[in-house]
Ligand binder design. Sequence first.
Ligand SMILES: *Cc1c(COP(=O)(O)O)cnc(C)c1O
Length: 380
Amino acid sequence: MISYGRQTLSDDDLEAVINNLRTDLITQGPVIKDFENAISEYTQARYVTSTSHGTSALHLACLALGLQAADTVWTSPISFVASANCALYCGATIDFVDINASTLNIDIDLLEDKLKTSKTPPKILIVVHMAGLPCEMQSIHELSRKYGFYIIEDAAHALGAQYLQKPVGSCEFSDLTIFSFHPVKSITTGEGGAVTTNRKALDLSLKKLRNHGLERDFSDSDEHRDEPWYYEQSCLGFNYRLTDFQAALGVSQLKKLDTFIEKRQSIFNYYQQHLNNLPLQLPVDDSASAFHLYIIQLKENSAIRRKALYHYLVKNGIKTNVHYIPIHLQPFYQKLGFRQGDFPVAERYYQRALTLPLFPELSINNCQQICQLIDQFFND
Ligand SMILES: *Cc1c(COP(=O)(O)O)cnc(C)c1O
């Protein structure tokens, strides 16, 4: 069975992990710093904090910006639930801005309308670079200046993407960017994530919150300077650390990121060329994407046809997926007061969307087979 996404691991990745496991410090060792430095170099962001998950990266990012119970966060309804849950972890209120039907990213015009008509802007806007396609960060940044809110980029799909010739994660137009290193993402550490920023104070907060709220660095004049065991807890933090052997995998994977993206792009291009005469809406083609997901939408507004296509492909060994069920339609979010009809573009998209397999080791033969099956589904 071919799935929609999977990791690409080779012998050197495995060796990097095994070699690390033979050292003394397999959790908080020196390679964590090496991995963070490598991400910093790749993204051009000044500071990087690695984390246990993309989800913990989102939680820490909200905390570092001081998100509290009286505050509100806005995000896109078409994302993984973690993009919204992080606000609720902090006791804050969540709201959504509908997506643009072609980019699948937050709709800038709707965002501006909502800012104009809301009594208060959100404290934080979390934008999602859906399927690896960067949002229009320049316009979003201008709106943040005008209305006064922070920006977190959820770039779980977008490590390796570019925006205006700069890597996503550079934080040129945002306060913080988060990444995930789950096996289906651009590179993997098993579970894992990172937050990038150019602001030193935010970085210090993130690192403290990642480690129980503890501080260990005291100046030479401090009374505790000769007490190496001494630490102080100055706020309520968490254990959201990545392990050293995961970081070793991350360092090894990051070296191959550009090759992974090139392979993803060639598969994306194959689909674009071979599915274009079927009754499908194909994804926006942008060479600056990280090509994380290849999402087709049936032109026919029919959830039944979409389901039939899903099962037709499964019967033939191809396991597609759907990204995503709109967050506001989840039972938990319905209990918070969201309703069907609140974000109609997202809801219409969800009825028709299907994510085809896309990962670096997917062969062109497989792509050919997938395209032929889809062709047969519509033409038989
Ligand atoms: C994967 C993903 C996350 C969460 O990352 P984890 O590492 O699985 O915790 C958050 N947001 C989006 C958009 C994702 O795709």
